[in-house]
Unconditional design. Structure first.
Length: 914
């Protein structure tokens, strides 16, 4: 009998270390067991994570999935029912569509991060724990969904019975449900012989597709590829004879439409075999069916989505009864067809257009041809990696000219591969860059153009699921916004923490929004947050043309009330005089790391931004800079701003604040607020000549320590229980004493009853004494665990907005009249601001076509606001009304500063000779 033997590989650092992170506690949800259930069912879920103190509820993002915390009934030593902290009873309404939803838990430390929860149509089965050998394989029926966990160096075995010709698909969900497991599947025959193995079929998740030649038992083995395991290594094994959708042609549709599509997959209802089209040796089928595309894009309901997929609009639809993802595009659709593998057979397409194509079969390259008029501007995009596929497209764009003899001349206009920012950002936090090429095409002349597209990884890969879209579209200037939902880092920059947005009383919360201007847009972006509760504010941030980050800082009051809800972040831009609102996408940490140079952190898109406000304790410190109004000075100027601190519970010591997310030319010097101080001065000195004018928003950050008890309520409850049982103990002791006296005084006929009563009292006393001892120990343990501890924290101030203007003075417009051959004195006035007192030199610059006008040197003295400018018109001076540039120049703290206005000079003709 053939067996699979697993080698034990030493894997270090794979276990979660988030509970060791230094931060004020935030509820962390690592796992939900099981992480899925059947429509219309009711079950118990248990949760695991860090800082799961005093959990009160479980929240799903679908109203048809509800949860109630499990309670233990009141008992002899518990006068009221006691919540089971990590267990909830969940009901799933029958009408909840199959798909993947999000679940969170809430407790003392706010609302947790989200984890996926799958709603299925199959019968739910739990890993029985006794299936770690081939001989003890757990029997499951076709149509079951098994919830399990990989154990290090073990295989979970499941036995299925198939009839001759029966096709079964084992689709394992792990990474798509944010599991740490990298699952592989193996299919064995009844004697243990290996039939096939699957790994990395859907991302990192495997899929086995098998048709039995003869009736019999078959065994499916589930294991982690690197033999890792543990509670965070969950999987759901869907053993089904039902429909599996591999891909759809075309891969996109218009929002709100209901068109006809070709659906390709396995076990499709009415499906027809596709000759020669296979994936991993399994033949695919196709059907024609209508698919309704939702009117609003969104991928909630389809599992964990990579950061890169947020770059395109996608929506969850349904085909063959199962949820699928469709791209949303308003461009006219064309489907790749025929043999277009050479320039001579290029598919002719209109523009604009969106072509649905495939990098298939192996070594496939597709050619397209279009006509464009001279000066026409289009963006040409290949979209494939952004669909979450492991592709690396490239394209070339050619111009084709034909002479009178019909001979073609081909000129390569562009060869395009990865975008310019790709290599520099691979592996960085919240990397959403793509391998998809994009090119701005400007037609040099009327005529014919060709595009060739291919996949750099497609030389040996023969997978029809590798789809692409070729989009040729008008230029669309705009902006992409990505809100990075993460914990503010302390001194260890390599630490990435699990995070959910939580505000305490008198607290601040920083959310960085990455601003990416695209396709020629260079204007400012006004970023704001909406949907805030009472007691929470967040100032709008104006992101100037020279900035790429919006620092949104949420502030809470000292008396803010508990709250949780969805916050919407958006940016407003001006496009040709029209205000355009762009919603932000959200990025979240899937799994953190104590050191990203050794173990990577993992990120994903988040469907929404949920904020929670808690009043169990206060923030580390609340630090205000100025009065909240926009500061203003000019290049060369200086400005002093008060910084005030209200320290939270347990924060002591000096705090050194550093300006963060601001250019060095603007950055003020660090300040330190001593332990005994509550105020300091932030000094701006804009004496760097390279400082650029603009509105800047940033903040100060300090690393500090807070000494706090993790959860004082635990000790309070333990003390209350000790006190409650002590009273019961006192009563039990008194009862034993009374029953003893009663027995001693009882006559012979009452002796037996008295003995029985005493025995009952003594039993009660024994139980009470044991309960008291247990309560005393629990209190002592709680006091030890809940002793105040040092916690490293990052303190963020309220936002700082400073408007840096170009010059500390302005020059007023001047008018004058002079005759040719004469002079005139005109008064020039300047307005000084920001403490500027130095001299200003005035000169003029004549416009083109004007000659013969000069001025004497004029310097407006220090502290003066005006001077007389001598203007001379030569005899041959150009006669007429002239707008002459009037320039002022000076130095502000040795920084050259200038200002301009206009000298409106009327040069009259010289008087005629008498």
């Amino acid at each position: 009998m053939k067996r699979i033997v697993l080698s034990l590989v030493a894997i270090t650092g794979l276990l979660s270390t988030t509970s060791l992170f230094a931060q004020l506690q935030i509820t962390e949800l690592h796992r939900v067991v099981p992480n899925g259930a059947k429509q219309g069912s009711e079950l118990e879920l248990t949760v695991g994570g860090s800082f799961n103190d005093d959990l009160t509820k479980m929240v799903f993002n679908h109203p048809g999935i509800t949860a109630v915390q499990k309670l233990t009934p009141a008992g002899e030593f518990d006068p009221a029912p006691v919540p089971v902290n990590t267990t909830f009873t969940v009901k799933i309404a029958p009408e909840v569509p199959a798909g993947v939803y999000e679940v969170r838990i809430a407790g003392r430390y706010g609302l947790s991060n989200a984890r996926p929860f799958q709603v299925s149509t199959g019968e739910e089965v739990r890993d029985n724990g006794a299936n770690r050998s081939f001989e003890t394989a757990q029997e499951v029926a076709i149509g079951s969904v098994v919830s399990g966990v990989t154990d290090a160096s073990n295989i979970d075995y499941y036995k299925v019975h198939l009839t001759a010709g029966q096709r079964v698909v084992a689709d394992c969900w792990a990474s798509r449900l944010e599991s740490r497991a990298n699952v592989s599947l193996v299919l064995l025959d009844a004697s243990g012989g290996q039939i096939k193995v699957s790994h990395d079929h859907n991302g990192y998740d495997p899929l086995l597709d098998f048709t039995a030649e003869a009736e019999g038992d078959f065994v499916i083995g589930v294991y982690d590829f690197v033999y890792a395991g543990g509670g965070d290594h969950s999987y759901r094994l869907n053993v089904t004879g039902g429909a599996i959708v591999d891909y759809v042609i075309p891969s996109f549709g218009k929002a709100g439409s209901n068109g006809t599509y070709t659906v390709i997959g396995r076990n499709l209802p009415g499906g027809k075999p596709l000759d020669g089209v296979t994936v991993a040796g399994a033949q695919l089928q196709s059907i024609q069916t209508n698919i309704a595309i939702p009117g609003q894009p969104g991928v909630s309901g389809l599992g964990v989505q990579k950061m890169v997929t947020a770059r395109v609009n996608r929506a969850v639809a349904r085909a063959a009864g199962v949820p699928i993802v469709m791209n949303v595009s308003e461009l006219p659709a064309v489907v790749e067809s025929g043999d277009n593998n050479s320039a001579a057979t290029a598919t002719k397409i209109p523009v604009p257009v969106n072509v649905s194509g495939q990098f298939y079969p192996a070594r496939d390259m597709d050619w397209y041809e279009f006509e464009a008029a001279q000066g026409a501007v289009f963006w040409i995009d290949v979209v494939s990696h952004q669909l979450g596929l492991p592709t690396d497209p490239a394209m070339i764009i050619q111009r084709v000219t034909v002479n009178e003899a019909g001979e073609e001349t081909v000129t390569v206009l562009a060869s395009v591969d990865d975008p310019g920012d790709r290599n520099g950002r691979i592996g960085q936090d919240y990397d959403d860059t793509t391998d998809d090429p994009s090119y701005k095409f400007t037609s040099p002349a009327d005529g014919k153009y060709r595009i060739r597209v291919l996949d750099n990884f497609g030389v040996s890969r023969n997978d029809p699921r590798m789809q692409y879209e070729l989009r040729i579209r008008p230029e669309a200037p705009g902006v992409r916004l990505t809100a990075e939902l993460r914990q503010v880092k302390t001194a260890n920059a390599n630490e990435i923490k699990m995070f959910s947005p939580v505000l305490r009383k008198s607290d601040t919360l920083l959310v960085n929004v990455r601003v990416e201007r695209i396709e020629g847009f260079s204007g400012e972006v006004r970023v704001k947050a909406e949907g805030l509760p009472e007691g929470v504010t967040c100032k709008e941030v104006v992101v100037g043309a020279n900035q790429t980050i919006a620092n949104l800082i949420f502030e809470s009051t000292t008396d803010v009330k508990p709250w949780e809800g969805v916050i919407n972040i958006s940016g407003t831009i001006d496009l040709n005089g029209q205000a355009v609102v762009v919603p932000a996408k959200y990025g979240a940490v899937s799994w953190g790391t104590a050191n990203k140079t050794q173990i990577p952190a993992y990120y994903r898109t988040a469907s929404e931004f949920r904020l929670s406000v808690i009043d169990a304790d206060d923030g580390a410190a609340f630090v205000t800079v100025g009065d909240g109004n926009v500061l203003e000075t000019s290049r060369g100027g200086s400005l002093d701003v008060p910084v005030k601190i209200t320290r939270g519970t347990g924060i002591e010591g000096d705090l050194k604040f550093v300006a963060t997310n601001v250019p060095n030319e603007i950055k003020p010097a660090d300040i330190t607020i001593k332990a005994a101080e509550n105020e300091q001065t932030l000094a701006f000195k804009l004496t760097n000549a390279n400082a650029k004018p603009g509105l800047y928003t940033f903040y100060l950050k300090a690393d500090g320590k807070v000494k706090r008890a993790p959860n004082p309520a635990v000790v309070t409850r333990a003390e209350a229980k000790v006190a409650h049982i002590a009273k019961l103990q006192e009563a039990a002791n008194a009862d034993v004493e009374a029953k003893t006296k009663a027995r001693d005084a009882a006559g012979e006929d009452a002796k037996a009853a008295a003995e029985e009563a005493l025995k009952a009292a003594q039993d009660t006393k024994k139980r009470t004494d044991d309960a008291k001892a247990a309560a005393d120990k629990a209190l002592a343990d709680a006091q030890k665990v809940q002793a105040p501890k040092d916690i490293n924290v990052a303190v963020v101030t309220t936002p700082i907005q400073i408007n840096v203007v170009n010059s500390p003075f302005t020059v007023a417009e001047v008018t004058g009249v002079v005759k040719a051959g004469e002079k005139v004195m005109v008064k020039v006035t300047i307005e000084r601001k920001y403490g500027f007192t130095d001299p200003v030199d005035l000169t003029i610059k004549l416009p083109g076509g004007v000659a013969g006008v000069t001025t004497a040197k004029l310097q407006i003295a220090k502290d003066a606001n005006e001077g007389m400018l001598e203007v001379t018109a030569a005899a041959n001076a150009t006669v007429g009304e002239h707008a002459i540039e009037l320039n002022g120049a000076g130095k502000f703290n040795n920084v050259p500063v200038t200002a301009q206005n206009t000298l409106k000079l009327n040069v009259a003709a010289a008087a005629a000779a008498q």
